[in-house]
Design a protein around this ligand. Structure first.
Ligand code: XIL
Length: 450
């Protein structure tokens, strides 16, 4: 909500800029009960992809305006949308998004300048020299129009191949201009808008693998030779075939250690309920653990308009209700007011509740395994706390899927990864206890939810 300097050619009015500043101030004065304000409390932005065609839908706009502090046009800044025929630029749809964002005090990510996909048909037949001229003219045309208005630009998108080779992807740019097209695009971009962070963006690079290693080598080479690059974007489209990698944080950190910012640029995770919520928590925690991870963007506001709508991968359902994943992200960002929290605007009531039920799942002469199942009441919950009182002689040697604190023989257990639960959904934690001569069962106290 900072650097908004509109170009005079885009019909700037002092009034609009003033309105944007006021809205930004109002946002920051509120408690951290939205994604944008909670992320701001962590020094990050929290953005979403936006489609111009949905801005007229009041629930869409209300959710966007309430929750997010950055927007990325989902398709409107791509080459086919902005320069459908050579040299004639059209910015109508992209301007609608940028104007809307600015009126709400939101920042804008630019996506994307050079990409093999959503490329108008006139580009690929060009000969090498002409293609180079066209690429630079496209970068200059687009970045010039939005000069000073975009916090980060995806300068080059998806230039590496999938699979184990770490090779560049075949594209008109790669095939005709060779590896050097990426560097040339970044140099042109730096001159076109020196204030914008220049990013390389890709998918399947979220963990350490051959593809991310190849991007890593390129960034390292760019930094060593002074090629202007400021940031690497990790698209982070996850599903059961491509889950959140366990070395996600480590991978973000190794890129940051090269001297670039990292951003999570197109986050979506297929699934539902507490499993989806837990995966979202992992992603947010990974970003927060890396000081140069400057922000996160989810790839859409609502499941119903997601490019992967069948996988319900976003934070709001088709009716703009907050999903368990929303509460998980909000609480991972240190915010309050997720589902079940008092005063949450998306909550029908504030009846967050849970029950805890104990069973012994294994038994042997010297010990046993206990399990406590936590079930949310009629409303989704973002977290829970359960107490377990053990007979005096017994001691617990290990506990899983929960985080214990001790007071005498009373164990208070909070979630590890499994806090958010949909209404009526369950999770459980388990523990191994030594009997030390007492076979009595522990007592489980009341479960409290938030
Ligand atoms: C997707 C959009 O979400 C769709 O609406 C469009 O039909 C295709 O592109 N990687 C990217 C994004 O960098 O631009 C893509 O967006 C998703 C994958």
């Amino acid at each position: 909500m900072s650097m908004i300097v509109r170009r005079l050619s885009r019909a700037a009015t002092a009034g609009l800029v003033a309105a944007a500043a006021l809205t930004a101030a109002a946002h920051s004065a509120e408690a951290a009960d939205t994604l944008g304000s909670a992320a701001a409390g962590q020094g990050r932005y929290f953005g979403t992809a936006v489609a111009a065609s949905h801005l007229g839908e009041s629930d869409y706009a209300a959710t966007l305006d309430r929750e997010f502090s950055s927007v990325t046009p989902e398709n409107e800044m791509k080459w086919d949308a902005t320069e459908p025929s050579r040299g004639s630029f059209t910015f109508t749809s992209a301007d609608r998004i940028v104007d809307h964002a600015q009126s709400q005090g939101m920042d804008v990510r630019g996506h994307t300048l050079v990409w093999h996909s959503q490329l108008p048909s006139w580009v690929s037949p060009l000969g090498a020299q002409d293609l180079r001229t066209a690429m630079n003219a496209h970068i200059n045309g687009l970045m010039g129009h939005y000069k000073g208005e975009i916090h980060s630009w995806d300068v080059v998108n998806e230039a590496f191949q999938d699979g184990g080779s770490g090779a560049r992807r075949s594209s008109p740019f790669q095939d005709k201009l060779g590896d050097g097209f990426i560097e040339e695009a970044f140099r042109t971009a730096r001159a076109a808008d020196p204030a914008a962070k220049l990013c390389y963006n890709d998918y399947n690079t979220d963990g350490v693998n051959a593809k991310s290693n190849a991007v890593y080598d390129m960034v390292k080479d760019f930094k060593s030779r002074g090629v202007p690059i400021d940031c690497v974007g990790f698209q982070s489209h996850f599903n059961s075939n491509s889950p959140v990698p366990s070395d996600y944080r480590h991978n973000l950190q190794r890129f940051a250690d090269l001297g670039v910012d990292v951003q999570i640029t197109e986050l979506d995770i297929e699934g539902s309920g507490s499993a989806q919520a837990a995966d979202y928590t992992k992603v947010v925690e990974a970003c927060l653990a890396v000081s140069r991870c400057t922000g996160m963007t989810v790839w859409g506001v609502t499941d119903k308009y997601s490019w992967r709508s069948g996988g319900t991968p976003l934070l709001f359902d088709g009716d703009y209700n907050e999903k368990p994943a929303y509460g998980a992200v909000l609480s991972a960002l240190g915010g309050s007011g997720g589902p079940g929290d008092p005063g949450d605007p998306g909550d029908p009531g504030d009846g967050a509740s849970c029950t805890a039920m104990y069973t012994r799942t294994a038994d042997w002469s010297s010990g046993y395994n206990g399990q406590v199942t936590i079930t949310a009441g009629a409303e989704p919950i973002s977290s829970w706390t359960a107490t377990v009182t053990l007979p005096a002689q017994q001691s617990v040697s290990s506990l899983w899927n929960g985080t214990p604190t001790w007071s005498g023989n009373v164990m208070t257990v909070r979630p590890s990864w499994n806090g958010p639960l949909a209404a009526g959904a369950s999770t459980s934690f388990g523990f191994t206890a030594a009997k030390n001569g007492s076979d009595a069962a522990p007592t489980v106290g009341t479960c409290t939810a938030s």
